[in-house]
Ligand binder design. Structure first.
Ligand code: ZN
Length: 305
């Protein structure tokens, strides 16, 4: 193979924003731009290509200087075929193919992963998961995202899909989940779940519930305690399934409440008699919102050696 290319492009696609950046092999972002997510698939592809062209021009580079393009996209997406199927956060994009559309525009290899997997790859290359394997990452925000890395590869299931850790059952008869079941981790411990439970007691947002719980409001405390119990229960299942060297916690809720959630998971680790619990630790994600962009770019380096 010819000389290794120093940079690749990372593209982080969310429901409200798309970030495009040039990233080096150590995971450092050289430059980046972001813009509001277009409603139509084809205009998104055009905007991504234009933005990438601008970033390259500013560096006096051409598309051919890149190792490739990596995309982390709010799922469900199919990383093998490139198809987007996300009516929840990308309505109007269904049936769009990110891999073939971008490949034909830029003439480079294009790789696609679910955004949770991309974030874990970013943390693995340059963040809190660096040097550890296996790793499980949980992202607590409006919903709960999850990803697992084992043997230096993201864990894939049937049809190349990624695990839906937010729907691990944690409580029989618990809150109803949009997936059709009830008592899922996501329907109890996500920001949306905490907000919904709080509204039944006069709170407006999840943040209000956390604040009230911190000053021992009994109703708020019961909601947060239930979320922490649900997290500890899911962690127990994940610990015994994956034996991860590191649990990486990320997302908006963790930014403010890492210690609460980490100690709930640590209690599960401390109680686990059947696994090497002293080799397992909980850490906070280090790259914040950049994890998806860095991990997406890492896909291109992985694909091209
Ligand atoms: Zn569910």
């Amino acid at each position: 193979m010819s000389e290794q290319r120093r940079l690749s492009a990372g593209i982080d696609i969310g429901g409200t924003k798309i970030a495009v950046g040039l990233v080096d092999r150590s995971g450092q972002i050289v430059c980046r731009q972001s813009f509001a997510t277009p409603k139509e698939f084809q205009s998104a592809v055009s905007s991504i290509t234009l933005t990438l062209g601008e970033l390259l021009r500013a560096q006096a580079l051409e598309f051919s200087a890149l190792a490739g393009l990596g995309i982390g996209c709010a799922g469900p997406v199919n990383p093998r075929t490139g198809l987007v199927n996300n009516p929840y956060t990308l309505p109007g994009w269904e049936g769009g193919n990110l891999i073939t559309s971008l490949q034909s525009r830029v003439g480079l290899p294009v790789y696609l992963e679910n955004d949770a997997d991309a974030a874990l790859l970013g943390e693995s290359l340059a963040g809190a998961a660096r040097g550890f394997d296996p790793v499980v990452m949980l992202t607590f925000g409006t919903g709960i995202g999850g990803a697992a890395l084992s043997g230096n590869a993201v864990f894939r299931g049937a049809a190349g899909e990624h695990p839906e850790i937010g729907h691990v059952p944690v409580m029989r008869g618990g809150a109803v989940c949009y997936c059709g079941r009830s008592g899922c981790l996501e329907s109890i411990a996500s920001g949306a779940a905490i907000e919904k439970a709080g509204q039944e007691h006069g709170f407006h947002t999840a943040r209000d519930v956390f604040v009230a719980a911190s000053v021992n409001n009994s109703r708020a405390k019961a909601i947060i305690d239930q979320a922490l119990d649900a997290t500890a229960c899911a962690a127990w299942a994940l610990l015994h399934t994956f034996l991860p060297q590191r649990f990486v916690l990320g997302g908006g809720i963790i930014d403010d409440h890492f210690r609460l959630f980490a100690s709930a998971i640590q209690q599960s680790i401390d109680a686990a008699a059947m696994i090497p619990r002293h080799e397992i630790a909980v850490v906070k994600a280090a790259l914040g919102n950049d994890a998806g962009l860095v991990g997406a770019a890492a896909l291109a380096f992985r694909g091209t050696g």
